[in-house]
Design a protein around this ligand. Structure first.
Ligand SMILES: *Cc1c(COP(=O)(O)O)cnc(C)c1O
Length: 459
């Protein structure tokens, strides 16, 4: 059989195995090292043999992330249309940096960006960029923010850098995602410029505190311009910051409002859940993932920005050898992304969105939330179990009577291969996080997972 047909067969076998195989990997790290290691061969090896050997050696070390019973972190699987389009993306091997290296890829991104903006209720004029994930979405958006706020105080950051620049104040919530800190660090904005706004038990920023800090801090910092990083969807609880209240505060203070909507922004695609992100369209920038809740294969995320000129000023690049369009010319994605050469990520996102349609996206999001509620009710009925969060979205946080029991039960469930999720520490106590964001998760997957917890908690 030829290489590509055989590869497609291996791929299809893997997808078919998801429901039957243990969710966790079965090989140890030593077994994987010995199966895959050894010296690089001196000469060439037949590609078919390479792929078959690779597939065989990695198989026991694969975690069934695309399984309907994988509930770890916030992961999501791969919609069939998205996975198939992603295969073609590799085969077509387009590079939509400059238009000339990927005309169709560029247009697909144009179309997909507009679809995403509409679906999520973002301003029509917003610019966007396809990036590797929310982390790079933050870098892109916060680079635009940095440009904008320094421009307002007469500082050209692209020309002068941050050497001797006026200070910037960044206000972040206590329960922000760590990728915010790293994005700021990449941009030369260190921890000393960050003011941490306290959060409530669910992880929501204290808006009154924020408002006071914006006013008081402004005087103390000699009018330094401010950037606020708010969050739609806290990783443990799924809680949403009061985006409308924060947008009011940002408007009053003339601050830039950035939103980490990695997975939570998808609530905007559901009429039933949209109230959770009220005010979201008033922000200045948004970063979110398509590889999580939209179920596009890794890696795929977006940056949106309500100030296209700031976005472009922060990202654009030019060189003599590049063939770039002028006015009226195509969208040059090099002007909007931090990457130079890159994968044509639009194809898979396009396919995911089109295969679901507007209603399908809303249903996917609502179904996952309903599964999370069912799980929470079921698990709360187990002896000693306590659900720690209000299940407003797709995240459930729970624990058993003490830290030891919690960790032991989690280990039993994971080792049993029925489901996978991770532990965490909240307010100094061990807990278990369940995140439902896979298109395949069914009633039966939730029932099987509850059964696994029931069995693990009685023995
Ligand atoms: C996953 C996540 C991120 C980081 O996104 P990546 O796609 O991993 O770069 C940021 N914020 C939140 C809330 C997340 O859940």
């Amino acid at each position: 059989m030829d290489l590509f047909t055989r590869t497609a067969q291996i791929a299809a076998d893997w997808l078919r195995s998801l429901d039957k195989r243990p969710v966790a990997e079965s090989a140890t790290i030593d077994e994987l090292r010995s199966a895959l290691g050894g010296p690089l061969p001196r000469g060439p090896v037949d590609p078919l043999a390479v792929v078959e050997d690779l597939a065989r050696a990695v198989e026991p070390g694969l975690v069934a992330l695309p399984s309907g019973r994988y509930f770890g972190f916030v992961i999501g699987g791969g919609l069939p249309a998205a996975v198939a389009a992603d295969w073609l993306t590799s085969v077509w091997d387009q590079c939509p940096g400059p238009y000339v290296c990927g005309p169709a890829a560029t247009v697909v991104e144009e179309v997909t960006g507009a679809w995403l903006g509409q679906l999520l209720g973002l301003p029509e004029h917003a610019s966007f960029a396809f990036v590797t994930g929310c982390q790079m979405g933050h870098v892109t958006c916060l680079a635009a923010a940095r440009h904008h706020v320094l421009e307002t105080v007469g500082w050209d950051v692209e020309e002068l850098g941050l050497n001797g620049s006026p200070p910037i104040r960044v206000l972040v919530g206590a329960r922000r995602h760590v990728s915010i800190d790293r994005a700021l660090r990449f941009l030369g904005i260190g921890r000393a410029s960050m003011r941490v706004v306290p959060a409530d038990g669910s992880g929501r920023m204290d808006v009154r505190w924020l408002r006071e800090e914006l006013t008081a801090g402004k005087r103390a910092a000699g009018d330094a311009p401010a950037i606020i990083c708010a969050q739609a969807g806290e990783i443990n609880t799924g809680a949403f910051d009061d985006l409308d209240g924060i947008a009011d505060a940002a408007t009053e203070a003339g601050a830039w409002l950035h939103i980490d909507g990695a997975f939570g922004l998808w609530a905007a695609a559901s009429p039933a859940l949209r109230h959770l992100v009220k005010g979201v369209e008033r922000a200045d920038s948004w970063a979110f993932d398509t590889h999580k809740w939209l179920n596009v294969p890794y890696d795929s995320g977006l940056a949106f920005c309500a100030h296209p000129s700031a976005h472009r000023a922060a990202m654009s690049v030019t060189a003599e050898y590049l063939v770039l369009g002028g006015p009226g010319q195509p969208r040059e994605s090099l002007d909007w992304t931090p990457a130079f050469s890159r994968r044509a990520r639009g194809f898979a996102v396009y396919a995911a969105l089109k295969s679901l349609g507007q209603q399908g996206v809303a249903e996917l999001v609502e179904r996952c939330c309903a599964h999370a509620r069912t799980f929470a009710e079921g698990v709360a009925a187990l002896p000693g179990c306590q659900v720690l969060n209000e299940v407003v979205l797709n995240q459930v946080l729970f624990r058993f009577e003490d830290d030891q029991t919690t960790d032991r039960i989690l280990r039993r469930v994971v080792d049993g291969g029925e489901a996978w999720m991770s532990g965490t520490t909240v307010d100094g106590r061990r807990a278990i996080r369940l995140s439902v964001c896979n298109w395949q998760t069914s009633d039966s997957d939730i029932a099987r997972t509850l059964e696994a917890f029931r069995n693990a908690s009685v023995c």
